[in-house]
Write a protein that binds this ligand. Sequence first.
Ligand code: ARG
Length: 470
Amino acid sequence: MPMSSPDKAWKGRFTVPTDAFVEAFTASVGFDHRLYRHDIRGSVAHARMLAAVGIIEEREAALIAEGLAAIEKEIDEGRFPWSVGREDVHMNIEAALIERIGEVGKKLHTARSRNDQVATAVRLYLRDGIDSLIGQLQRLGGVFLMLAEREAETIMPGFTHLQVAQPVTLGHHILAWFEMILRDSERLIDARGRVNVMPLGAGALAGTSFPIDRQMTAQALGFARPAENSLDAVSDRDFVIEFTAAAALIMIHLSRIAEELVLWSTPQFGFIELGDGFCTGSSIMPQKKNPDVPELLRGKSGRVIGHLTALLVLMKGQPLAYNKDNQEDKEPLFDTLDTVRDCLRALTELLPATTFHRERMRREALRGYPTATDLADYLVRRGLPFRDAHEAAGRAVRLAIDQGVDLADLPLAALKTCSPLIEDDIFPVLTLEGSLAARDHWGGTAPRQVLEAAARGRQRLADLALRSAG
Ligand code: ARG
């Protein structure tokens, strides 16, 4: 970015030019140039409103809009001469407008301040960013549902404390991931409602002496309403914090899923094989196939959590109204949007390219006596209080361990030494399939329930799409 020090917008008040280091130190154009489309959208709506209420002429508003459109094209095509001396995206564009259309360009900033201007641009930018992330979450949700339906009958060990606990279906496990990201989508939709409020008209802090029509500008920009209080409108960045908090939760979920994928892809688990396109090898160990993509999903959660912390600390202690501190909201916000976007894309593309080793999962589900609870439940159905049933089933596990066999392989006579209530109808109960089929209720892991939950999931995704569009 070329350094140049053009005349400042505030040159009237100053006698000594800005120190060169201070100019660079206070500039934000190096990163906030990303706001250009949204800044221009806000400016065009503002100019049209100024004309509609008679503050400038229609002809002038048209010239401003045309000039801004030409500038937008120049920026799109990478031909725009950004200047650090002009500090930020807003003053770069305004100065370029004045150069291009002359005196009329100087009228754009009537009844406006950079404080309400920047808050508006950030809100418009973030609104688009949220909409695009919601779309990505919906696509990922679709992949989860496709996999859950495909793997509705695939048996795997369910874990607590990372120890084999009870058998579950892989479909059920994947539907747990689906629930996480569905809540993430709802959180984004919810945050969007508080982003979608228009600061323009707040001026620097106290509003404006011109007879503006804020409803008109808000409507033109698709905002739900103008902000209620001018001091609050220019100063609070809680909407950025709230979004970043929702984004941090998305990253936590992706990180947890990624951690499972990393574990599952080890030879020790052997549950999955990631596609070659999503892994790398080692420069020294020829046998290695490293799960880089899930590891990065896990690692990148740290950045977003860090951004959330930075933004919270940035806001804390700021008196009303606008303070330059707020210029520091942009890099964390932009990096959060980029990181979540890339991570969602990575997981959405990685999962369909993953092979699930069903036989291996089933074999591992058999280890660790995961149907011991089913034996206890069986005894309860025969009239034994649960605590006694638990003890009897524990004795059966002890026997099986001693004999080096599975629970279902113990002879009936041996099982009967644990409880005389056990009959030969126990054997189907002790199988993995029997255990799964028994959990046949809303939210349970039985294959039938998984298919029904996935069908409801499709409807919930569709409802979400309607809500986010509305
Ligand atoms: N670049 C500034 C920001 O990001 C724009 C607002 C500056 N306003 C001011 N009065 N200095 O917040």
